[in-house]
Design a protein around this ligand. Structure first.
Ligand code: CA
Ligand code: CA
Length: 145
C-alpha cells in the first residue's frame, strides 16, 4: 500500500460509505472514516486534530466516532467522543480494533474498515440506540488527506 489512490477502489469506498449508513441505522452514534498517507504527529494526536477539524465534537450526544487511518505508517486510531467515554468501559473499542487489525495484517483493507464500522455500530447500539428523531449529524462520506 504505497499511496492513497491504490489503497481503496471507488467501489470499495462506496461499500465503506454504505457500511456507515447501515451502522447508523442501529445507533444515534455518528461514525466517520478519515484516510491519509502519513503524519508527522503522534497518530492519536493527529486523530484528535482530524476529529475537531471535521467538527465531530459537535454532535448532540457527543457520540461521534472517528476511524483514522494513516496508510503509509500502517497505523489506525479509533477516537470516540466524550459522551461515549462517559458510559463505556475502558476497553470498549478493543473488539473493533481487533477486527480491523486482523484484516489489515492480511491485507484486507476494505474488509477491515467495513467490519470495524459495523462492529462499532453494534457496540454503540446498546448505549446509544437509534430513535425515530435521529438526524444524520455527520456526513457518511470518507474524509481524505
Ligand atoms: Ca445520527
Ligand atoms: Ca452519519
Amino acid at each position: 500500500m504505497s499511496n492513497l489512490e491504490d489503497f481503496l477502489s471507488s467501489e470499495e469506498e462506496q461499500e465503506i460509505v454504505q457500511a456507515i449508513t447501515q451502522a447508523e441505522r442501529n445507533t444515534s452514534g455518528e461514525i466517520r472514516v478519515h484516510i491519509e498517507s502519513t503524519t508527522k504527529l503522534r497518530h492519536y494526536d493527529r486523530a484528535l486534530e482530524v476529529f475537531q477539524k471535521l467538527e465531530m465534537n459537535k454532535t448532540e450526544q457527543q457520540n461521534g466516532v472517528l476511524i483514522y487511518i494513516a496508510v503509509e505508517d500502517h497505523k489506525f486510531v479509533i477516537y470516540g467522543d466524550k459522551g461515549i467515554d462517559a458510559v463505556v468501559p475502558d476497553n470498549f473499542w478493543d473488539s473493533t480494533k481487533n477486527i480491523i487489525q486482523e484484516c489489515f495484517i492480511s491485507g484486507k483493507f476494505k474488509e477491515g474498515i467495513v467490519e470495524g464500522i459495523l462492529k462499532a455500530g453494534d457496540e454503540l447500539k446498546s448505549h446509544f440506540p437509534w430513535n425515530s428523531n435521529d438526524k444524520d449529524e455527520l456526513s457518511n462520506e470518507i474524509s481524505k488527506g
